[in-house]
Design a protein around this ligand. Sequence first.
Ligand code: URA
Length: 327
Amino acid sequence: MESNDWYLATKQLLSHLQRSGITRLPKAHQPLPDAVAAWGQRESSALSTHPIPNASLEVQGKSTLVGQLAPAISTPQQKNTEASNSASPPRSLGDPSSVPVTTGHARPAPVPAMAQVPAFSHSSALEDTKAWARPRGTDEERTESLRILAEDVKACRKCSEIVCRRQQTVFGIGPHNVRFVMFGEAPGAEEDRTGEPFVGPAGQLLDKILVATGLKRDEVYIMNTLKCRPPNNRTPTEAEVENCRPFFESQIEILQPEYIICWGSVASRALLKTTESIGRLRGRFYRYKQAKVLVTYHPSYLLRNPDAKRQTWEDMKFLMRDMGTLK
Ligand code: URA
C-alpha cells in the first residue's frame, strides 16, 4: 500500500474514532513541529485540526520497532513494549496498524511475523551502555590523532577509479568532544569541491533535520563512510567501503561518541556489517563499540521520496526520547 493510502486509511480510522466519541489523538498523529513541517511534512496537521470529544487514546509503545534484531540496545521505555512488538515489521506513521489504541483495555493490533535478521559482528564490543563515558584522552590528543588520520586519508590511493577523479578528500568536520556523530555515505560534487561533508542539497536537508531535533550542526561531528567522491555520485562499491573501513573505524574510535546516526544504507551496512534494508533496521538502537547506533533514511533519499520524511522524523523523535529531550 502506498503511504498516501495509509494516510487516507488512517484518516478514515480517526474519523471513525471521532464518531465513536474518542477525543485525544494518539501521539503518533500529533502535528509535526514547524521546523519539521519546513522539511517537507504535508498533511499531518489535518489529522489534528478536529478536536474529538470524550475519551482518550493511548499509543502503546513505539510503532516502528524492528523485530528480532540482535544485538539491539533498547530504551527502558522500549523494553517494556518490546515483547509485544518484537515481531512487528517497520511501519510508517501513516500505517493504521501502528496505532494500537485503547480506551482502557489494552488491545494491541495484530502484527505480521517477520523473518530473523542476522546478528551483527559488533555485538560483544560494548562494555558499558548505561552512560556516556566521555572520550578518553584530552581534546588536544583527539585533535592530534584526527589530524594524523586525516593526513593518512589524504595520502590514500587505494581506490584507483576514484583517486584520479577526486578534487580532494573529505575527512569530517565538527568538535572533537561530541556526543553525536552523523555518519553519511560519501562526498558529492559540492563536498568534493569544498572538502566539507554534507554541504550540498542533502546537507541542507540534514541541517533542517538537526534543527528540528534540537541539535546544532556545530555540536555534532559529521563524516562519511567514503572519504572521496565516487565518480558521478555512484553508490560506493563494497571494495571501496572496505578500503575506507580503517579510516572511518579509527575516526569513530578516536571520537567515542554516545550516538551515531547512520544516514542511509551504505553507512548503516558499513558500520553494522549487515545487508538489511533501512526499512528493516530503523526504529531501534544498535551498538557499535560504546555508541548507540540509529539508522534512518539518507537525506538524498528523502529529497527524492518526501513521504519518507515522516519515518525519519519518527526516528529523530526516538532519538530525542532517548536523549531525554522529548517526553
Ligand atoms: N554529502 C555527504 O557528505 N555525504 C553524503 O552521504 C551525501 C552528501
